[in-house]
Design a binder for this molecule. Structure first.
Ligand SMILES: [Zn+2]
Length: 124
């Protein structure tokens, strides 16, 4: 099957005038294979460059997101490890609590004795 020639007026064809396949505007060009007017050609080229630019930008963002996601996972692992190794009660607070509830400061009260034993049992 052969391509059917486009209809053009005899006068337009004689002057080298063509219709842009995108916008339909009349234009002239010295290459017979050019199908787009200058405006549409520039728009297409610009769109393509913009597309390539956006694809590169998206790839960069995806790589950044992947790196940040890995960093978050590593930080969460580090946090879990630190929580396991950290004392339940910060040492300075524990010292203050033991001084405050020690049975010697409460006349040997049973409650002070139990509280002190419980506090000492919280050590890791
Ligand atoms: Zn055009």
């Amino acid at each position: 099957m052969t391509a059917r020639p486009r209809r053009r007026s005899a006068a337009a064809a004689a002057n080298g005038i063509r219709k842009c396949t995108r916008c339909g505007a009349d234009f002239t060009h010295h290459y017979p294979t050019v199908k787009l007017c200058m405006t549409c050609w520039v728009m297409r080229e610009h769109s393509f460059e913009k597309l390539v630019e956006l694809e590169k930008e998206i790839a960069t963002y995806k790589a950044t997101i992947a790196a940040l996601a890995k960093e978050v996972v590593d930080m969460e692992d580090e946090l879990v490890a630190l929580r396991k190794s950290a004392p339940a009660i910060p040492p300075k607070i524990e010292k203050m609590l033991l001084q405050l509830c020690h049975p010697d400061k409460h006349g040997g009260a049973q409650a002070a004795h139990k509280a002190t034993i419980w506090l000492l049992g919280q050590r890791r």
